[in-house]
Each structure stands twice: as C-alpha cells, then as structure tokens.
Design a protein around this ligand. Structure first.
Ligand code: DC
Length: 238
C-alpha cells in the first residue's frame, strides 16, 4: 500500500475488448488503487435510456433523464459491480442490446459532460486506475501514466466472447460479436466530441501476443518507475 501523497493517476484507453479492464483491474489491485470502468458508466446510462424509452434525439428528454441517474460501484466477492440507482446492473449492461446502442449514446455531448464530471470527481484523490476511450485525453489529461492498448480484431472478438460466457451470456456468434466491436470502434473513433485517440504521451501496448501476467508486469514496471521518481522528488523537496 502506498503513501497517499505519492499516489498517481493511471489512464488506460483503447479499442473495444482490448483487455483494458483486465489490465486496469489487476494494476489497481497490485497498487492498492481504486479501479473505475468508465465504459460501464456509458453502458449504465444506455440501459437507463433503453428501459425508459428515452429518445436520444430529444435534448430535453436526455437532460431530464440524466438528472435521474446515479451510478456507483461496489465490490462484491472481489468483483466490481456497477449499480444504477442502487440496482446491481453488472450483467444487464453487458447484454448485446446495450452493446449495440452504447456508442450512439456516447456521442451525445450532454452525456459525456455528465459522466466526465463524475469521473473527474472520482479521481480527485489520485490513486486511481480508470479505463475507457478518453481518459488520457479528456478526463485525466495530466495522468502520470497513460497506456493505450491495442490487439488484433480476432483476439479481441475471442476475448469478448469469453467475457460474455463468464457472465453466463452465450447466445452470440463470433460474427455478431466482431460486427459489434468493429462498428463501435468506428463510431467511437469518428465522433466529434472526444473521439477515441491515443494521447500524445501515451505508451502503446499491443497485447495480441501477451499474457495477462506479462501485461501486468510491463504496466507495473512503468507505474513503479513513476511512483519511485515522485518519491525521490518529494523527499528532495522535503
Ligand atoms: O469499455 P466498453 O467497451 O465497455 O465501453 C462501452 C462504450 O462506451 C464504448 O463503445 C464507447 C463508450 N465509452 C466512451 O465513449 N468513453 C469512455 N471513456 C468509455 C466508454
């Protein structure tokens, strides 16, 4: 566990199903940091819009819906669970009806403003690892460590299928999942408000051929170097 003063902020961005959350979660655990899955927040908003038939073309409906939404995270038996207005929606937000609608919802500027404000608040204390699409560019542009993950489309599709299976969702084909990932990447990278892009100072990790242990070792080495330098700077400055 680290001295609070020397905690850093770590941003993990990248395309859909690149293993961002697996790495970010493991990294947070090793460092004793908070882990936040920002994609789960966009998914929770999307679920609310779907369940309440919110017309995303109608700015007023979107604005009043956002006022009704509260997203929190709780650790249950070692797993991170997303809560929407006090209800555990961890499995529901991974369903394909949400995956198919989340990218259009993420293009709405009022949704982004609302969630970015929540995310900045969560990161105030530092000691946080957050994964998403705009964490290193918009949410935490001053993060001490920024990682940008990539992997081949086939590897990503297989990973997302495994993730869905681990949540008891097994009714989608390889082609359906790959189509969803490709389409989301297209919308996420081309939207006008905070598109997915690598921050200039981010370190790229292509993990197509890396095990989760190798990725963790690489990221931990980078994080520890930065924390060490921060410690030295602070001890010099008294
Ligand atoms: O990480 P994920 O695949 O669960 O994210 C779901 C969607 O949420 C993704 O397709 C785009 C959006 N998203 C975003 O726009 N900005 C973020 N910081 C995180 C996710």
């Amino acid at each position: 566990m680290n001295d609070l003063n020397n905690n850093i902020t770590i941003a993990v961005d990248g395309f859909a199903a690149c293993g961002k959350s697996t790495l970010a979660k493991a990294l947070a655990k090793e460092l004793g940091y908070i882990y936040i899955d920002s994609g789960a927040m966009y998914r929770a908003v999307t679920l609310y819009f779907l369940d309440n038939s919110i017309d995303i073309e109608d700015d007023l409906s979107v604005a009043s819906a956002l006022e009704q939404i509260r997203i929190t995270f709780r650790n249950i038996d070692g797993n991170n669970h997303t809560f929407l207005n006090e209800k555990d929606v961890e499995n529901e937000i991974r369903a394909m009806r949400v995956s198919d609608f989340v990218s259009p919802v993420s293009t709405i500027s009022s949704v982004r403003r609302f969630l970015v404000a929540c995310q900045k608040e969560m990161g105030k204390q530092k000691g946080i690892v957050m994964d998403g699409r705009d964490i290193g560019t918009v949410v935490f542009p001053d993060a001490e460590l920024k990682l940008f993950m990539t992997a081949s489309p086939e590897v990503r599709t297989k990973r997302r299928l495994l993730e869905l299976e681990s949540k008891g969702i097994s009714d989608y084909s390889f082609e359906q999942v790959q189509k969803n990932l490709t389409e989301r990447d297209r919308i996420d990278s081309t939207r006008s408000d905070s598109p997915l892009r690598k921050a200039d100072d981010a370190i790229v990790i292509d993990n197509s051929a890396l095990s989760t242990a190798e990725q963790l070792m690489l990221a931990l080495t980078l994080a520890n170097e930065i924390i060490e330098k921060k410690n030295i700077r602070e001890s010099v400055n008294g």
